[in-house]
Design a protein around this ligand. Sequence first.
Ligand SMILES: [Mg+2]
Length: 251
Amino acid sequence: MLRGTPLVIMLDIDGTLCDLVERADVAVLPEAVRAALVLLERRRGDGVHVALVTGRSVADAQRMIGITGIPIHGNHGMERLLEDGTTCGPDGFDVEEARLHAAAGDLIVLAREFPGTSVEDKRFSLSVHFRGMNDELVPEFLRRASQIAERNGLRSASGKRVVNVLPVISRNKGDAVRDILHETGATSSTASILFVGDDVTDEDAFVALRPIPGAVTARVGEPTTQSAARYSLDDTRAVRELLQTLVNPRT
Ligand SMILES: [Mg+2]
């Protein structure tokens, strides 16, 4: 299913290319995955396009991946890396920016009440991580975090041990995926398309690819009927093996 040209490989990072760890800032990309990404990126002349679509900010994703030349869509599709190395957000973002700033202040106050949490200001969205928090406190914490989002005219989307606070009018991973397909010429019937992700905001990408016959969408984790993805991959190791197969399709 992935032998067509162009071949567009779109990947989430955390929970997909690397395992989730207690603190997002210490997550490491496995060397074998980095090597596979480098080899796939070098085949751009043969119509192979790799793109990362992550909840991390573009700068953070770049730091973590450490490979130049791979397009990155950060902040769940809100931010993108331009060819000159700068990043840009969606149209009309300046109004939302003040709201995000106010919400960040409120969330920092909230995080002080709940040990094991931290607030990450990614400019185009906020992430409140609670990987270290006591499970009993989670429902109350989620309730109060979504109240803060609402009070500031923003929306919240909870993921795996994280609450994302996002502008109401915004782009999601589905918009990012549509842009990538358009820009890589993957709208032709000969194209092969792959998207792999593991979490709630990846569902927007799975849904965006549903109408495209043959598009391969895979969710990392236990198979569930709750996902719009067509396939599931057991874990990050299965993702790595898939990427290695794409590097050496004949082996
Ligand atoms: Mg993820």
